[in-house]
Design a protein around this ligand. Sequence first.
Ligand code: PGA
Length: 239
Amino acid sequence: MENKLIVGNIKTNMKFGEIPNYLNWFKNIKSKNVVICPSYIYIPYFLNYKFNVGSQNVCINDDGGYTGEISAEQLASIGVKYVIIGHSERRLFLKETDIDINKKIKSSINAGLKVILCIGENLEQFNLLKKDIILKRQIKDDLANIKDLSNVIIAYEPVWAIGTNKMPDKKEIEKTVLYIKQLVIEMFNQKIKVMYGGSINENNISYLKDIEVLDGFLIGSASIDPTKFIKIIDKVINI
Ligand code: PGA
């Protein structure tokens, strides 16, 4: 249980004035398995604490003339350890493609970052029983030509479960996680860690944390409220 990763994705939330109070809640968190991913502009403040810090995105290219972007090497140089890549909100709203995602993963691995690759089917695909096909295609394209997957963790996030208070049941999550792990073994001959994300809160975490095949949790909304996020962390790693 102690080895499960707990990742908070704050997304585009919080004003600067809210940061000190938020961080105050996490000053006693010493576990490196806790990763908080704030907006880029707040990252330096989060780096003053013992937990790990992640980025919610990264530039497709390495350093260079890419106005407004932040490269993987820049993130690594400041002390960021993780990067979320391919979140469904970026795939949907920013039209990020699997080719973009693949480039971002390569650049991040080269910079020494750990990659949290988000994959998942949307509601229509789920209803049409296309989940397995979609996951397979995303894994194949997103991880194409990446030789060493030791710094990649997959976050299985059904798009229909993000911010909706809905989620697959325990058996379904277990089945999908095993399916993903097996696919990666078949396609790349490597083992991979798989986390779950989508509508996790301080109550349902008690039930999710017992899914043995799961290697971690990606938490959106509930990580914005420090009291909820602390409860989740406490239930998973007993702070
Ligand atoms: P949620 O978001 O926890 O609010 O459902 C999860 C995510 O977007 O990663």
